[in-house]
Design a protein around this ligand. Structure first.
Ligand SMILES: C[S@@+](CC[C@H](N)C(=O)[O-])C[C@H]1O[C@@H](n2cnc3c(N)ncnc32)[C@H](O)[C@@H]1O
Length: 354
């Protein structure tokens, strides 16, 4: 079924027809197979990039105190944030220049590592020399990007936990080394178990997708598969409106309860856009029955979106996250995932994890 995008600024890379996809012009085997770092103008990166002119030309709103979320009326607000997955950026979030207002909550909910969600460090695995990527040993974060990525140092409360050490990132026990160590030790070597290829033609064709290699051991539930890398963009950057490869790196820095309900303080808006620079995670398609979740987390005060397996994933299976309903509605797209034989609209923000 033809799909149209309801946007005044059609994405430069993406086509508006259902049979053509942003990445059709990539040679999928090149991405992983030919050891090339640049494929058809899209560079494969191992660390965040920053768009220098976007950060100097655009003035970000000064935020002496972090913006407030509207009080929530949900009596179960505490539970709401537990392991809530993050979602791809919707068009309306980008237009409004902010992803954290209540009106957009359905498509924009990001997680905060709540006390129940991540007080303990993630499961570690043994690192081998072959797991090391060039980025692990050198500058994993460009110096200019560090202040952009880091959460405020005056974090209070106990809502924000480092994925590596489990401490609040403002604690003296948590440092940038936590981010480095997390990257080196907690991710499974996913790239050696996956390949990127065109999805089958027909009703479920969604361009390129990520598949688990036949003959590999697949993934276990809870495996950290990778970090969603891309170019860091500030609030108001025009690319945010145009990209189909974008997450917000927003994070809840403090959650307090008052008479009017819970209040969430959030860190200033940052987007990670993989349209021009990215890693394999940019090819993961959306499904209403995902096997991977995208979580907004932090390690050593560095914000990141991590992909984690929500169940065991067998060889031959395609990896899927859930982009959120807002991703599809704001682009005038229908979901073509295998959860339904026909093009459909994803459920509100509910996902069915089998
Ligand atoms: C982040 S990219 C995923 C990789 C993409 N398939 C590619 O070839 O580069 C997101 C785009 O993939 C397509 N896509 C992913 N999941 C989809 C789904 N469930 N239904 C329809 N299109 C989907 C849409 O074109 C969407 O804008």
């Amino acid at each position: 079924m033809p799909q149209t995008r309801a946007t005044k600024n059609p994405p430069p890379l993406a086509s508006s027809s259902g049979s053509q996809h942003a990445s059709d012009k990539f040679e999928a085997f090149d991405w992983l197979g030919q050891n090339r770092s640049v494929v058809q103008g899209v560079s494969r990166i191992q660390a965040y990039r920053i768009h220098p002119s976007r950060w100097t030309q655009l003035t970000r709103k000064p935020s002496p105190s972090p913006p407030r979320r509207p009080p929530s009326s949900s009596p179960n607000n505490n539970a709401m944030d537990v392991d809530t997955p993050t979602r791809m950026v919707t068009r309306s979030m980008a237009r409004k220049g902010g992803a954290c207002d209540g009106a957009n909550a359905q498509g924009a909910k990001r997680s905060s590592p709540s006390p129940a969600a991540s007080p303990r460090p993630a499961r570690r695995r043994r690192t081998t020399a072959s797991d090391k990527s060039p980025a692990d040993s050198s500058d994993i974060i460009p110096a200019a990007a560090l202040p952009i990525l880091q959460l405020p140092s005056n974090l209070k409360g106990n809502d924000v936990f480092c994925l590596h050490c489990g401490h609040t990132p403002s604690s003296s026990k948590c440092s940038i080394d936590c981010y480095r160590t997390f990257r080196n030790t907690h991710f499974v070597p996913a790239e050696s178990k996956i390949h990127i290829r065109h999805t089958a033609p027909g009703a479920h064709h969604t361009g390129l997708g990520v598949y688990v290699n036949a003959g590999s051991s697949g993934f276990h539930e809870g495996d950290y598969l990778g970090e969603y890398l891309g170019e860091l963009l500030p609030l108001g950057a025009p690319e945010v409106m145009q990209s189909d490869y974008i997450f917000t790196l927003d994070a809840v820095t403090r959650k307090t309860r008052g008479k009017r309900g819970a209040r969430h303080d959030v860190a200033p808006e940052v987007y990670v856009d993989a349209a021009q620079h990215g890693n394999w995670t940019r090819f993961v398609n959306s499904s209403c029955t995902p096997n991977v979740e995208a979580l907004a987390r932090q390690a050593g005060r560095v914000r990141m979106v991590v992909y984690r397996a929500v169940r065991a994933i067998r060889p031959g299976e395609q990896l899927f996250v859930y982009y959120g309903k807002g991703y599809f509605t704001s682009r005038g797209l229908r979901c073509l995932c295998p959860a339904d034989t026909k093009p459909h609209m994803p459920p509100e923000d509910e996902i069915q994890v089998p």
